[in-house]
Design a binder for this molecule. Sequence first.
Ligand code: NAD
Length: 429
Amino acid sequence: MAADRSYNAFEMAQSQFDRVADQLKLDEATRELLRYNLREYHVSIPVRMDDGNVKVFRGFRVQHNDARGPAKGGIRFHPMETIDTVRALAMWMTWKTAVVDIPLGGGKGGVVCDPHNLSMREQEQICRGWVRQLWRNMGPLSDVPAPDVMTSAQHMLWMLDEFEILRGERLPGFITGKPVGMGGSLGRTEATGYGLVFTIREALKALNIPPGDTTASVQGFGNVAQHAIELYQQIWGTVVCVSCWDQKDQTSYSFRKKDGIDLAELRGMTDRFGGIDKGKAKDAGYEVLPGGAWIEQEVDILIPAALENQITKDNVDRISGRVKLVAEGANGPTAPEADAKLHKRGIFMIPDLLANAGGVTCSYFEQVQSNMNYFWEKDEVLGKLDTKMTSAFIAVSEMASRRKLYMRDAAYVIAVGRVAQACRDRGWV
Ligand code: NAD
């Protein structure tokens, strides 16, 4: 039991919050309010399986805080889902929507199930069952779900359909991550990776380094990584190394080309899970290195865009002296001990809650477009995304310089400060 407790995501989220609460000198009532979720729902979803038997799935929805606007956050399908993971993710969503200053709160949902072992009909029944249990507590003006781990645009459509049947009206703003043409927003696929590069561009401006003079190494080659590389190359940056998970070998590899990878070529040899074909990459002139090699490249920028807990006390010292910037595409890629070392080394950090907030920002745009039933051109979506990400970056870096804070602390101080203020303004505390 003790070992489990030490990896409890919610306890980690709470202790991060406690640190910021101390810095902000929050009063006791505000701390009590923000350390916990406002509401959480535990539901049971009976589903008649394809073999005729009924199986009951457990599901959750957590609304951490909605003082700044409707709760917002994804719903994941995962066999190891726990209420504490969902609670932590809901709290992190509150900080993420606050740091980019969109009028939303934070929430998260989950169902304990493994889609690998479920037919599409069974998954549809889970989606509809989850909505049937929760529709009274959610809606376009109260709590808006989105896709997350192992849920897709199709799952969102089934959930929306069930919600609209129950409400007897069309309410496409109930959920985001819908397919384009069925209420989805153009630019959503690119949004997280592009948003990441908007913040990298601003950080390089602050460091007085022309992007065209920089090189980068990236962990991951999925949605976030590929779109980040696309835009980074458009501002003349050079990516020398990427890495990915190899499902067949059950290990990761790094792929290096010292004069720069060819994105279109690598995409052509990558499966839909972001796994690169080793043989084809070798034939195309890439060096195939162990998975951990991405972190020790002689580059200016490191972009972890795969998983949590990847820069740790065990590999942080392998980061080259040339690295000036770390931009966290993934959620929680840097462990606390490693983070302290990066801070000490004076490496510029763009923390996850800011760096990868492009996704939720574009989901907010989708919600606005759905509620208006009027859809924007892609350029308009990406232009608005750039404006939001750039102003959030500037606010955080100004706070960091003014109060001599690490960028991560500055982002948290702004986010928690905004949510605490909204709670006070409403007279809650
Ligand atoms: P994805 O599934 O499309 O891609 C993940 C990539 O990481 C794949 O290329 C996979 O091979 C690689 N990978 C997995 N394990 C690895 C390992 N051990 N070493 C090296 N590479 C490994 O996922 P994504 O949507 O690109 O998300 C990546 C990260 O960004 C996640 O932490 C996610 O929570 C976060 N994120 C995503 C979004 C979004 O809009 N997609 C938004 C915010 C945050």
